[in-house]
Write a protein that binds this ligand. Structure first.
Ligand code: SF4
Ligand code: SF4
Length: 277
């Protein structure tokens, strides 16, 4: 038996909202008996999109975070549903029974992430079903995954060691949304937003933008490196909060620069001048 899951890579999401629209298209006006009632035209789809702003003006960035139900292995919604109105299938998909959940407005409170909403038209609590009606009819992936043009959502069987998602899990670490809840989600993330450090490098002699300067960010646990772009800009995203970092800027023929910085907030270092050696 499969155990379905997703890995959502925030860095690959370009904010096109195609996953959101695909979900809306699949469920608006369409009923899937035993899994979900039809959503009315004016309701939000089950896929939630969060826009997270970061940085300090004028170095501001936005990350888009796609949020379906996390299909938790230790789901609070299942534990709270003592009458079986929310249950976990053997393949890991958590379902709200549309018959048993009719008129049960309190079910909305069962999810600490607030991924359960109330369908006023059908008078029932609902959430993302991982498009189980499609999977049962031979689809390889849910609508939101199919609709994503940048491959930001990887879907598959976490219990199959040969699946793409299992190989990806083994190759690199993932993060949970709100790990403090302890729900063991089967939807996990990469590159969730953290603190941002940005700056720009200028040649002191010519006042031109300094391209291809090597910028290294170090902390006790390791280092990251990048180079400045055509405009002399650099940035490091997703950094741990309240951490001390040392930034080193190096370019052949120029004096190296070192800057100590702490991520108590997002930081814009501003202009850094590189002087000839
Ligand atoms: S994310 Fe919320 S609704 Fe989905 S399984 Fe977990 S606790 Fe239940
Ligand atoms: S898996 Fe299906 S129901 Fe869930 S967010 Fe994606 S499209 Fe919507």
């Amino acid at each position: 038996m499969a155990r379905y899951g997703m890995i959502i890579d925030v860095n690959k999401c370009n904010g096109c909202y195609n996953c959101f629209l695909a979900c809306k298209d699949e469920y608006t006006g369409n009923e899937y008996p035993t899994y979900s009632a039809a959503l009315p035209n004016d309701s939000k789809p089950f896929m939630k999109m969060i826009e997270k702003e970061m940085g300090v003006c004028p170095k501001v960035k936005v990350d888009y975070i796609a949020m379906p139900c996390l299909q938790c292995s230790d789901a609070q919604c299942v534990k709270m549903a003592t009458g079986g109105e929310v249950y976990r299938r053997p393949d890991g998909i958590v379902i709200i029974d549309p018959e048993k959940a009719k008129g049960r407005r309190e079910i909305v409170t069962y999810c600490p992430h607030r991924f359960i909403s109330y369908n006023e038209a059908a008078d029932v609590a609902q959430k993302c079903t991982f498009c189980v009606h499609l999977l049962e009819n031979g689809a390889k992936e849910p609508r939101c995954v199919e609709g994503c043009p940048s491959g930001a959502i990887l879907f598959g069987d976490l219990d199959d060691p040969n699946s793409e998602i299992s190989k990806s899990m083994a190759a690199a670490s993932t993060e949970e949304l709100n790990p403090a809840y302890g729900l063991k989600p089967n939807v996990v993330y990469r590159n969730l937003p953290g603190k941002l450090i940005a700056g720009e490098v200028i040649f002191a002699d010519s006042q031109e933008c300094a391209k291809d300067v090597k910028v290294t960010l170090k902390c006790d646990e390791g280092e990251l490196a990048t180079t400045t772009d055509f405009f002399g800009d650099f940035e490091f995203k997703g950094l741990e909060a309240d951490k001390a970092f040392r930034i080193t800027l190096e370019l052949d023929g120029y004096k190296s620069q070192t800057i100590d910085i702490k991520t108590d907030t997002d930081k814009n270092i501003g202009e850094v001048l590189m002087s000839p050696a």
